[in-house]
Design a protein around this ligand. Structure first.
Ligand SMILES: Nc1nc2c(ncn2[C@@H]2O[C@H](COP(=O)(O)OP(=O)(O)O)[C@@H](O)[C@H]2O)c(=O)[nH]1
Ligand SMILES: [Mg+2]
Length: 474
């Protein structure tokens, strides 16, 4: 039998949100209006077409106290309790009075496990006691989840009450629960219910494999995007009687649009890898023409200081070791134009204020051609990479319970990723330099796949940084 979990509780406590998160399904209806869910709905969690487990979204308890009173009148021994629950549902199935209770108890009678959801930001009250008691009467394996909707914290109170009814009580926030936390929940349930243990362990393994695969696919797409953007250019033949300058701004605009479009496509692909469809995204457009590329915000975006960027650029030339960014403070670097080895880097930095390299070329048969791109600026690839890593990090950490737009415009958050370690930056610099040079070595599949492996390592590094930040915040 496929493990099946009914997510039950009071109205408006985040049941549907938890279903969305655990089923990784953003089509689950979530609403601030209580009573939105009136019928049970099943959401299978599939990987490669195989159903690993099912989540059932249920309506909330409405009249738990009187349901319990009905049941108590008929009870004589504990062994009869599950049967009395069944009798209750049979007796009221067709009436209106207990429609929600009948609906939510039905899957439990069919063998579903119980995930009982409460909101730990609201105080405990006796009305919940009747709900927990009814659930216990079903005799099904169960676990309590403390969701936190508001800021107040009543978890201690709740834990004392829940602990008397549930063997396992877990904090589980539908909006912020990380992937590992979701796996842990499945593992814990496997411990609880021997019959599902094996199936749930297999489910965990599948989910981990899928997660890895998603990261790999994203890394490949980001790599392709970087290569496309860094090697693309636009050319236009110019009639003899017009000045190239007349065309320049139009061609630059076309160039900019095409790079931005390519970057957006990469974002869409990454989001689809994680099963988000039609997310509304808030992101500053890629700055191709220079303006903001040198701004504070952009450095923050990658977590690189001006000094680090400069040294990264210089180190790519092979002249300077990567230890320099530690040895020198930013101030001394910017002022100390006399530091010989750095001049190359500094020159690269300052002389490329104009990012789009527009060139006017003579054509063999007469006339001229205007070419914009490819981008030769040394810092641009880092901006491209940093933006992609940040977007991936936000998407991978999101849960399917979120309904608001995806906001990747916050550079301050982005900087929390921290810089990539120096050896990794150096490897990136070698590849970026190869892309600037063009030629044979970047054409091969092997080169591309090694590049993607490096991007994947950067993704892993940047998400490890998020986990650390989360751990210190909670
Ligand atoms: N901030 C926050 N809001 C949540 C969380 N879980 C649910 N909500 C909100 O609480 C409301 C009710 O959520 P829903 O999942 O529909 O609750 P249900 O009635 O128990 O199914 C919605 O407005 C959700 O956006 C959470 O973990 N954090
Ligand atoms: Mg609901």
């Amino acid at each position: 039998m496929i493990p099946t979990f009914a997510v039950v509780g009071h109205p408006n406590k985040g049941k549907s949100s938890i279903v969305a998160t655990l089923a990784q399904d953003d089509s689950v209806r979530i609403s601030a209006v209580p009573g939105t869910t009136v019928a049970c709905r099943e959401f299978p969690m599939r990987v490669d077409g195989e159903v690993l487990y099912k989540l059932i979204d249920t309506p909330g308890f409405q009249r738990a106290r009187s349901v319990l009173a009905w049941m108590r009148e008929r009870e004589s021994t504990a062994a009869e309790r599950p049967q009395i629950v069944r009798e209750f549902v049979d007796a009221h199935r067709n009436g209106d009075q207990y429609a929600d209770e009948c609906e939510l108890l039905s899957p439990l009678l069919d063998g579903a496990g119980i995930l009982y959801v409460i909101d730990g930001s609201r105080p405990f009250g006796s009305e919940y006691q009747a709900e927990m008691e009814i659930l216990r009467w079903t005799g099904q394996p169960s676990m309590a989840l403390i969701n936190m909707i508001g800021a107040a914290d009543y978890t201690e109170q709740w834990s004392r009450a829940l602990g008397q009814y549930f063997r396992i009580v877990r904090r589980f926030n539908a909006f912020t629960a990380r992937f590992e936390k979701q796996l842990e929940l499945l593992r814990a349930f496997g411990e609880l219910n021997e019959d599902w243990r094996e199936a749930l362990l297999r489910a965990i393994a599948s989910l981990e494999r899928e997660r890895h695969h998603r990261r790999q696919l994203s890394a490949r797409e980001i790599t392709d995007m970087i290569i496309d953007v860094l090697t693309s250019s636009i050319t236009k033949k110019i009639a003899v009687d017009t000045a190239p300058e007349d065309h320049r701004s139009r061609i630059e605009a076309r160039y900019r649009d095409s790079l931005q479009k390519r970057e957006r496509r990469c974002r869409d692909v990454v989001e689809r890898c994680y099963d988000y469809h039609g997310l509304v995204r808030q992101e500053a457009e890629l700055d191709v023409m220079g303006g903001g590329l040198f701004s504070q915000q952009t450095w923050l975006m990658f977590g690189l200081s001006k000094t680090q960027l400069l040294v990264t650029g210089a180190a790519g030339g092979g002249a300077i070791g990567s230890g320099l960014d530690m040895a020198l403070g930013g101030a001394s670097l910017m002022l100390g134009a006399g530091i010989g080895a750095l001049v190359g880097g500094a020159a690269a930095w300052y002389s490329q204020q104009h990012l789009s390299d527009a060139r006017i070329l003579g054509l063999p048969l007469g006339g001229t051609e205007l070419r914009v791109g490819p981008m030769s600026n040394r810092n641009f690839p880092y901006v491209l990479l940093g933006r992609a890593l940040f977007h991936h990090r936000v998407v991978a950490a999101r849960t399917h319970a979120h309904r608001e737009q995806l906001d990747v415009s916050d550079a301050a958050v982005a900087s929390a990723a921290g810089a990539l370690p120096a050896p990794m930056r150096k490897q990136f610099e070698q590849r970026f330099a190869a892309l600037r040079r063009g030629g044979q070595d970047i054409a091969g599949r092997r080169w591309r796949s090694e590049f993607a492996t490096l991007v994947e390592a950067a993704i892993v590094h940047s998400s490890a940084q998020t986990s650390l930040a989360d751990a210190s915040a909670s």
